[in-house]
Design a protein around this ligand. Structure first.
Ligand SMILES: CCCCCCCCCCCC(=O)SCCNC(=O)CCNC(=O)[C@H](O)C(C)(C)COP(=O)(O)OP(=O)(O)OC[C@H]1O[C@@H](n2cnc3c(N)ncnc32)[C@H](O)[C@@H]1OP(=O)(O)O
Length: 245
């Protein structure tokens, strides 16, 4: 299967990105506006916490087009959309929770701004066989650093979370021990970037990963990162629990 994304402007394949249909014509923005979505597509499942990794009115055409492409790939079975909740414990299966981890009035940092479109708008997709997680990220106006551009800390946050999710799916409970980022080109607020992360190697409890942040057309490399995550040691975690109680 093709794993390249076609550049919307040039219609050429971009090597490092992901494409469901290499030969399919790309949607012309003016001629084919984004169709309205059914209520089922926009709402979370009843009885479940709100899933924020679903399209909302703030998502740009680029974001929606990319989302549609990845969603199409999920139907082929290799990719899975990762739901996203505002409480981190909702992501962790009961069997993997530590005894002291009870749900409180806390929020996952990236989901701490409730208003749509001003904070972190993102959705992640997992490819287990490639040990890879790709995040479609649209930074909102409250993430400003240099005027008009996303704060470097917000870029670090989305990289850490994307790489972290990749590490979690490969190695279970992990924490960031090291994150090294080279910022190459600023990310305009409201633009869409692809955060493409993969596991490079696992050595014992150490999980080494790398990541690229690129524009949708693949023409701009915004940032590159490497990271080390450490699988949590159950014995040490028990001791930490005891000291927290
Ligand atoms: C699905 C959606 C989810 C949704 C959730 C979204 C995901 C969010 C992801 C966010 C992730 C975060 O922000 S995490 C928050 C930021 N990170 C932290 O606060 C971590 C603080 N650090 C720690 O707690 C600790 O240092 C740990 C847990 C990282 C490691 O401690 P430890 O378990 O005692 O391990 P330790 O024995 O020291 O080290 C194990 C091995 O790793 C090596 N090692 C340890 N640290 C380093 C290091 N910085 N650089 C090089 N090597 C290191 C050691 O030399 C050793 O190698 P050897 O002797 O075996 O060869």
């Amino acid at each position: 299967m093709c794993t390249r994304l076609r550049a919307p402007i040039t219609n050429t394949c971009v090597h490092t990105c992901v494409c469901p249909h290499a030969n399919a014509p790309l949607r012309d923005a003016a001629a084919h506006p984004v169709p309205p979505r059914s209520p089922q597509a926009l709402c979370s499942q009843p009885g479940r916490p709100k899933d924020y990794a679903l399209p909302n009115a703030s998502w740009s055409r680029d974001m929606l087009d990319l989302y549609d492409r990845f969603l199409a790939m999920t139907k082929e079975g290799l990719w899975k959309r990762i739901p996203s909740y505002n409480n981190v414990l909702d992501h962790i299966p009961e069997s993997m929770k530590l005894a002291h981890e009870k749900k409180k009035d806390t929020r996952l940092f990236l989901r701490s701004i409730e208003a749509e479109g001003v904070g972190f708008e993102y959705v992640m997709f997992l490819n287990s066989s490639e040990k890879r997680v790709v995040c479609l990220f649209q930074p909102g106006s409250y993430l400003e650093g240099h005027p008009g551009f996303a704060h470097g800390g917000s870029i670090a946050t989305i990289i850490d979370s994307t790489i972290g999710s990749c590490a979690i799916f490969v190695a279970g409970r992990v924490m960031t021990a090291n994150l090294s980022i080279n910022y190459m080109s600023p990310v305009p607020l409201g633009s869409v970037v692809l955060v493409d992360s993969k596991v490079d190697k696992v050595e014992g409890r150490k999980v080494f990963l790398s990541c690229k942040v690129q524009s949708v057309d693949g023409g701009t490399l915004h940032a590159e990162a490497t990271a080390l995550f450490i699988q949590l040691d159950a014995t040490k975690s028990q001791k930490q629990q005891a000291s927290c109680q």
